[in-house]
Design a protein around this ligand. Structure first.
Ligand SMILES: [Zn+2]
Length: 317
């Protein structure tokens, strides 16, 4: 395996330097490296996170909504995985409707010497009528697995990587708005792009790319072009997810989306498969939005797209 080989070689070289130079100016830190080839995210691992979120919902009145113990248990689940992987995690508390909530922010401690920040986010809450597995466990699982892959590779990325799991999106992106509005302007200006994911495993899927920031969109577009998958602009999501507060502050945004209650047209069914005349997610905001509501092929393609963009924009560049 190239990754293991090159790392062993570098470690051997630095050991030699220590022997030659003694302790003067030589640190025992592992050397920086680019993070290896673009990873292939395991959809089975992503599904394990979705099954865990479903169990949390089952144990908490069938949802993981704002202000509930089910939401707190969702935060605990994701945070524990990130802490174990070496992330610096923090909870940003805010209040909505008289109830407390939290954004979970995870910073990767290595790399980022450029002073630039790539941010990747997904909302972690569900509505109170649904376990919220496509909306939005699908994206939570995919960005969590991408974050865990950064850790497994011991990547030292070019940009600082920050993953955000937002609270209270379902009440019109309250958590992400709070984050953006309380971030010092100097910090905000370091964010080169915010990548948002909200529903990426829809059972009657379309392939939609955010088109607000062409400099980010072209990278996603290139990914799907290379796979021979036609896309459309994600206009159904405009004004409806956590990228909005970033966009309002002038941060470039990007993302992908596979459809919610929109009805698939015959033209869309012809190019993407699936069923014309039916919703792209017929369980949108309903109790049937369980792991059984996920199209695993769609989730696989989109989880790989997310990792590819994180590697392209933040890890390697
Ligand atoms: Zn959503």
């Amino acid at each position: 395996m190239p990754f293991t080989t090159s790392r062993s070689a570098v470690v051997a070289a630095s050991t030699l330097s220590v022997l030659l130079l003694g302790t003067a100016g030589v640190h025992a830190e592992e050397p920086a490296h680019a993070g290896g080839a673009t990873p292939d995210i395991s959809v089975a691992e992503v599904m394990r996170h979705l099954d865990a979120l479903q169990r949390i919902s089952d144990a908490h009145n069938g949802n993981r909504a704002h202000g509930t113990a089910g939401y707190q248990a969702s935060v605990d689940y994701v945070r524990e995985k990130l802490d174990a992987a070496g992330y610096r995690t923090s909870l940003q508390e805010f209040e909505f409707g008289g109830k407390k909530s939290w954004n979970l922010i995870a910073d990767w401690p290595r790399g980022g010497k450029s002073g630039k920040v790539l941010m990747v986010g997904a909302h972690l809450d569900s509505v109170d009528t649904s376990p919220g597995i496509n909306d939005n466990g699908s994206s939570v699982g995919a960005i969590l697995e991408t974050a865990l892959t950064v850790s497994a590779r011991k990547a030292s990325p070019s940009q600082h990587l920050r993953f955000a799991f937002w609270g209270t999106e379902e009440e019109t992106y309250i958590g992400s708005t709070h984050y953006v509005n309380t971030l010092p302007p100097a910090e905000l200006s370091r964010i080169t792009a915010y990548l948002n994911f909200d529903m990426i495993g829809s059972p009657n899927a379309g392939y939609f790319v955010y088109d607000q920031s062409p400099e980010v969109a072209r990278h996603f577009q290139g990914y799907f072009d290379a796979k021979g998958i036609p896309t459309e602009p994600a206009t159904a999501l405009n004004g409806r997810s956590d990228h909005e507060p970033f966009l309002a502050k002038g941060v470039p945004v990007g993302g992908i989306f596979t459809g919610s209650a929109e009805i698939k047209t015959p033209e869309q069914a012809a190019k993407w498969g699936g069923t014309a005349g039916e919703a792209m997610d017929k369980c949108y905001h309903q109790a049937c939005d369980t792991p059984a509501n996920i199209d695993k092929h769609t989730l696989d393609v989109n989880a790989d797209a997310i990792a590819a963009m994180v590697w392209k924009l933040g890890v390697r560049k």
